[in-house]
Write a protein that binds this ligand. Structure first.
Ligand code: DX5
Ligand code: ZN
Length: 228
């Protein structure tokens, strides 16, 4: 059954000197949640924001869902701080978690929706024993660390595999995609079964964020109709 498509603008490509305003523009274009990329310079070769920035954004956007994507080596140490700062959804990398089951429970215990992320080289099958626990699975369609990279087409197969497993097992987790989502890739992504669309560069990288968000969502929804 086709599921509701949602756009999660990724602030990684937004203007950090005017973050809340730029984010609001994307939400005005139909973004229903905000994707916040947390990078530690170890798990990925880049640094971004920590809990104080999430807390400031939370004050500016009191009701927006914050989808916090942790690209950090020791997520258990920071989950309480991000929950306290205002995260709603917290996703952790399978590759960063030795005790993934424990980490997902820790997220839920802090009142957030738990999710797991797969790097491009990590097979979907590695998640077989945690799919009952997660609110969503995030398929990376670039190697994490930077915005504006080229979409890795093999990720489409992973979305299809995951959607089939969900169907066969009667589960309800949602499928999110992150990296290289733009007007040229979004149709194939939606047809492959993803419904939560993270987009940074395509929304914030040029022109008007409201218009960019709206165009991307329109293209995604048109592809859903073709899928149905
Ligand atoms: C990359 C981040 C993404 C990033 C996507 O590691 O996880 O959320 O913002 O950027 P685009 O949409 O520009 O590929
Ligand atoms: Zn991300």
């Amino acid at each position: 059954m086709p599921r509701a498509i949602e756009l999660a603008p990724s602030i990684l490509s937004a203007n950090f000197a005017n973050l809340a305003e730029h984010a609001k523009q994307a939400l005005d274009g139909g973004g229903t949640l905000l994707h916040l990329d947390i990078m530690d310079g170890h798990f990925v070769p880049n640094l971004t924001i920590g809990p104080p920035v999430v807390a400031s954004l939370r004050k500016a956007l009191p009701t927006t869902i914050f989808d916090c994507h942790l690209m950090i080596e020791n997520p258990d140490e920071f989950i309480p701080a991000f929950a306290e700062a205002g995260a709603n959804w917290i996703s952790v990398h399978q590759e960063a978690c030795v005790h993934l089951d424990r980490t997902l429970h820790l997220i839920a215990d802090h009142g957030c929706k738990p999710a797991v992320v797969l790097n491009p080289a990590t097979p979907v099958e590695t998640l077989a024993d945690v799919l009952e626990l997660v609110h969503h699975v995030l398929i990376m369609s670039v190697n994490p660390g930077f915005g504006g990279q080229k979409f890795i087409r093999n990720s489409l197969k992973k979305m299809e595999t995951l959607a089939n497993i969900r169907e066969e097992r009667g589960l309800n987790f949602r499928i999110e995609v992150d990296g290289g989502v733009d007007l040229s890739t979004v149709g194939g992504i939606v047809r492959a079964g993803a419904e939560l669309l993270v987009a940074g560069n395509a929304v914030f990288g040029h022109g008007d964020a409201t218009q960019n968000a709206r165009q991307l969502l329109d293209a995604a929804r048109a592809a859903t109709l073709a899928r149905a």
